[in-house]
Design a protein around this ligand. Structure first.
Ligand SMILES: [Zn+2]
Length: 269
């Protein structure tokens, strides 16, 4: 599989919702990478070269039920849907396929489905929907949660999902301190409750410590955020800690994109 591109998107897989038997499409990715990723102060990672479906969770576009995509039926008898046979496609088709980084289903991706599904309007089969804040919260009490760490992971995802409305794409250096607080959009009550829950539930590890600083920062409790930053952090956290300290000192409430030289160290919560 080599035609010189880094993002290689597979054909959408056709699934059947177990709850309503509605058909829906889900992306598949043959090859991706983290180039061009943005890492945010809340630990969210947005990667244009990866199609991201956190924890494989989705919402049925027909009945709205929450689901894990891999737990839904795959429609049998569509061999071309699940694999990829380069020989079936012209160079132009392959080129279009490799270029397609956006969500809408392109015609080219639907070729194998159309070949197999005679009599079905493939174009009318919707994609799964992504979870919103409320969906993540609901999922955190669902059957996917086996341990308290699972619940934490779902609640963190809910937090980040809510933050998506408030991400700041500008430079923090562009704003004066007194303008910063005004620039923050109001956090809705249910999201504040989730933030409280997370603060209570995160343990004392370094990643949890950084998350807590971030949570306190979002709600404007800079005193507690500062205090947490005085704790000991392992060496690999020093640059991130210094950056967060700068935001806390500036009384900056915004969800910021981390500079490229910073990252969340890859440590378990
Ligand atoms: Zn359904």
């Amino acid at each position: 599989m080599a035609w010189g591109r880094d993002l290689i998107i597979g054909f959408p897989k056709l699934h059947e919702c177990q709850a309503c038997q509605g058909l829906f499409l889900a992306n598949s990715l043959i090859s991706g990478n983290t180039r061009g990723s943005r890492v945010w102060t809340d630990g969210a990672i947005h990667s244009p070269m990866l199609r991201h479906r956190p924890m494989d969770m989705a919402v049925c576009p027909h009945c709205g039920v929450l689901m894990r995509v891999r737990e839904q039926h795959w429609i049998k008898g569509l061999p071309g849907t699940y694999g990829f046979n380069e020989a079936d496609y012209s160079p132009e088709e392959l080129d279009i396929l490799a270029m397609d980084e956006e969500d809408p289903v392109s015609d080219i991706e639907l070729i194998p489905l159309r070949r197999e599904l005679t009599g079905v309007q493939v174009e009318q089969i919707p994609r799964f929907k992504s979870l919103n804040f409320q969906n993540w919260l609901e999922a955190s009490d669902g059957p996917w949660v086996k341990t308290s760490k699972d619940r934490l992971a779902f609640r963190l995802q809910a937090w980040r999902c809510g933050n998506d409305e408030r991400r700041y794409f500008g430079s923090s250096a562009m704003m004066r301190k007194r303008e910063v607080v005004k620039a923050q959009r109001v956090i809705p009550e249910d999201e504040l409750e989730n933030i409280d829950w997370l603060i209570q539930s995160l343990d004392e590890g370094p990643v949890a410590g950084i998350y807590k600083v971030e949570l306190y920062r979002h709600i404007g409790d800079f005193r507690r955020a500062s205090k947490l930053l005085l704790n000991h952090f392992p060496d690999e956290f020093v640059p991130l800690r210094a950056y967060m300290n700068g935001l806390v000192d500036a009384r900056d409430l915004r969800v910021q994109c981390l500079p490229h030289f910073l990252n969340y160290p890859k440590t378990e919560i």
